[in-house]
Design a protein. Sequence first.
Length: 151
Amino acid sequence: MRKNGTSGVLIALVFALLSLGFAIYATVDRLAFVRNSTLTTGQVIRTEQRTSGKTDRNLIYVTKHYEVSVIAYRDAAGKPHRIEESPFLSEAPLPVGAKTSVRYDKNHPDDAIVDSAVNLYGYIIMLYAMAGVFFLVFLYALKSSRSKAGQ
C-alpha cells in the first residue's frame, strides 16, 4: 500500500462509482417497468403470518416473525392475480378489505407491485444517497491525501 493514503481514495471512488452504477441501472429498470405497466385496483383478501430465519456468523439462529398482506387484482383481460406486500415493520401494511393501486407489467401480469412512491423509487433514492456519501468520502480522502503529500 502507498503511504500517502491513495488506497483509501481509490476504495471510496470504487464504492461511489458502483453505487452510482447500481442506482442508474435501477432507475432505468424502474422507468421501463412504469412505462410498460398498467395501473389497476387491488383488494387485500387476507393477511398471513410468516417466519424467516437464518444462522448468523456466530451460529446463532435468528428468527423474524412478520405479516404480509395478500392483494388480489385482475389484469386487463380479467384474469385474477395475487401479490404479497411485506412491510419493514412487523404489522401488515394494509388491513383486510382495503383497496390499493397495483401496477403490473402488461406482458407479465404476475410481475406487480403496490403503486406507491416508496415501492417505486425508495431503494433507488437510497442508492443515490449511498453514492453521494461515498463521493463525499472520496473527496475528503482525496483532500486528506493531498494535504499529507504536501507536508
